[in-house]
Design a protein around this ligand. Structure first.
Ligand code: C2O
Ligand code: CU
Length: 552
């Protein structure tokens, strides 16, 4: 494959993502960041310069496995040191699978600040997708707050706790319309700020199509908080890809998409070509206080400035979880998808709870809320540095009589930074168990994302996982994914092979949850990792070691 070279300058800029001035994090003066396009087998060489004046940064390549290059995974304190202001870091890794991926900041809450972009990997020359299409579009979905990321982040780690609340705007490719995204306003064209010439930064990016063609729409969600549902007026969608893996095609009117997920859908433009159609994105899974995000599917037979005659598709009821589950369960691996082993070597149960630590609100897994150490795990494990993190393994289970349907009896949890260590090539089952939040009767959705691997989603269930639930696992054609959701008061069973030497985050992709400790660390075969560039890990205890080496 070819080496594709990119220069990424990360900086703060003033932009108008939702028609109002905001500070956003951009790359090379662009927001969202540039789309990376590569072919299977290529090596991406991204030279990242941190041009933020007062904070570190890293970029994670979400969905890329990083075989042989775990140091390029872009997770601060896990795979590398945060890149200091003014410094340059070289990411170098191979993309070995076709699919729809994206990249985003993985330090503090830099994703909420706008640090993201698409990463598309095409098949190698001469290879064909298992479906046909005439053109393609990319839609990167995100949520936007009017408060600064700093204010949001500090609120989360304050006493008393200050929640970030719902986002003001939903963005499609970094564009949304605050104050005029109400469909009625757009339709009646009443508000002057809703009349777009198309040159405004916040004007919707319109999808221009020819009639009677098939388009592939790649959709990824980089939201910080909300789960979404996307629909195109009058048009069906055929889901063909999820998280870089082909799925058995199925047809739907709308798709649910959780933070960290990506899909490809095929849309055939077989509707009245004398009309345009709304593409709408709305909130699912939490009580929406954010208006729909909108753009237009424009049949080139007519002008793009003609508003659709029918109103935007209505987002399904936010708390219709039955509907959400039905959608998730439609996903099965396309024939030819590797099957999971019919056994596991190790099974860990992870209970998701909201807790208090010293009066601070946290999220905990088996009663441990993770705080990142100052030396990246990859460095301390590879260099065998003592004292960099808790050497004791975190709990693999939780008390059998934990009542998942009620607030915790004792809301206190502890903080920790231990690592789940797997033998290389072990087959690992993870049973994610949801529970009630700390106060009141409620249970939230959590989309769990695993770095460095895909996992098979063996099944979803309601209530507390029972050993007998195993009989319901799909071992025949489960989908391979890198993100899977746990539904309120339910469980989700995953299986993966620990076949990628390195240290990997496994976490809830809701950024405030991750920030509040909803993350665990997996490691396997770290001694097999070779050639970690020193610049990746020269901080904390590793840096001290390097300094001593210099002096001796
Ligand atoms: Cu896209 Cu660790 O996340
Ligand atoms: Cu979560």
């Amino acid at each position: 494959g070819a080496v594709r070279y990119y220069k990424f300058d990360v900086e703060y800029m003033i932009r108008q993502p939702d028609c109002n001035d905001h500070v956003v994090m951009g790359i090379n003066g662009q927001y969202p960041g540039p789309t990376i396009k590569a072919q299977v087998g290529d090596t991406l060489h991204i030279v990242l310069t941190n041009k933020l004046s007062t904070e570190g940064t890293v970029i994670h390549w979400h969905g890329i496995k990083q075989y042989g290059t775990p140091w390029a995974d872009g997770t601060a304190s896990i795979s590398q040191c945060a890149i200091s202001p003014g410094e340059t870091f070289h990411y170098r890794f191979t993309v070995d699978r076709p699919g729809t991926y994206f990249y985003h900041g993985h330090y503090g809450m830099q994703r909420a600040a706008g640090l993201y972009g698409f990463l598309i990997v095409d098949l190698a020359k001469g290879q064909k997708e298992p479906f046909h299409y005439d053109g393609e579009f990319n839609l990167l979905l995100s949520d936007w707050w009017h408060k600064s990321t700093r204010e949001l982040e500090i609120g989360l780690s304050s006493k008393p706790f200050k929640w970030i609340n719902e986002p003001q705007t939903l963005l499609i490719n970094g564009r949304g319309q605050y104050n005029c995204s109400m469909a009625a306003n757009v339709m009646n064209n009443t508000l002057p700020q809703c009349k777009f010439r198309g040159s405004e930064e916040c004007a919707p990016q319109i999808l221009h199509v020819d009639p009677n063609k098939t388009y592939r729409i790649r959709i990824a969600s980089s939201t910080s908080l909300v789960s979404l549902n996307l629909a195109i007026g009058n048009h069906k969608m055929v889901v063909v890809e999820a998280d870089g893996n082909y799925v058995q095609p199925f047809t739907v009117d709308d798709i649910d998409i959780y933070s960290g997920e990506s899909y490809s859908v095929l849309v055939t433009t077989n509707q009245d070509p004398k009309n345009n159609y709304w593409i709408s994105v709305g909130v699912r899974g939490r009580k929406p206080e954010t208006p729909q995000g909108l753009t237009i599917l424009n049949y080139k037979t007519i002008s793009a400035s003609i508003f659709p005659t029918s109103p935007p598709p209505i987002t399904p009821q936010w708390d219709d979880f039955k509907r959400s589950k039905a959608f998730s369960q439609k996903m099965i691996g396309l024939m030819g998808t590797p099957q999971p082993p019919h056994y596991y070597d190790r099974r860990i149960h992870l209970l998701n709870t909201q807790n208090l630590v010293d009066g601070y609100v946290k999220w905990a897994i088996n009663n441990v809320s993770l705080t990142l150490p100052s030396t990246p795990y990859l460095a301390s494990m590879k260099l065998k540095l003592n004292g960099a993190f808790d050497p004791k393994s975190p709990p693999e289970n939780f008390s059998a009589n934990y009542d998942i349907f009620n607030p915790p009896m004792n809301p206190n949890s502890s903080i920790g930074n231990g690592v789940y260590k797997f033998e290389l090539n072990q087959v690992v089952d993870v049973i994610l168990q949801n529970a009630n939040v700390m106060k009141g009767k409620n249970s939230e959705i959590h989309p769990w994302h695993l770095h460095g691997h895909d996992f098979w989603v063996l099944g979803y269930g309601d209530g507390k996982f029972q050993p007998s639930d195993e009989t319901k696992f799909n071992l025949k054609n489960p989908p391979l994914r890198n993100t899977a959701v746990i539904f309120p008061y339910g469980w989700t069973a995953l299986r993966f092979k620990a076949n990628n030497p390195g240290v990997w985050a496994f976490h809830c992709h809701i950024e405030p949850h991750l920030h509040m400790g909803m993350v665990v660390i997996f490691a396997e075969g770290v001694q097999n990792v070779n050639a970690i560039p020193r610049e990746a890990i020269a901080c904390g205890r590793a840096n001290k070691m390097f300094m001593n080496m210099k002096h001796n």
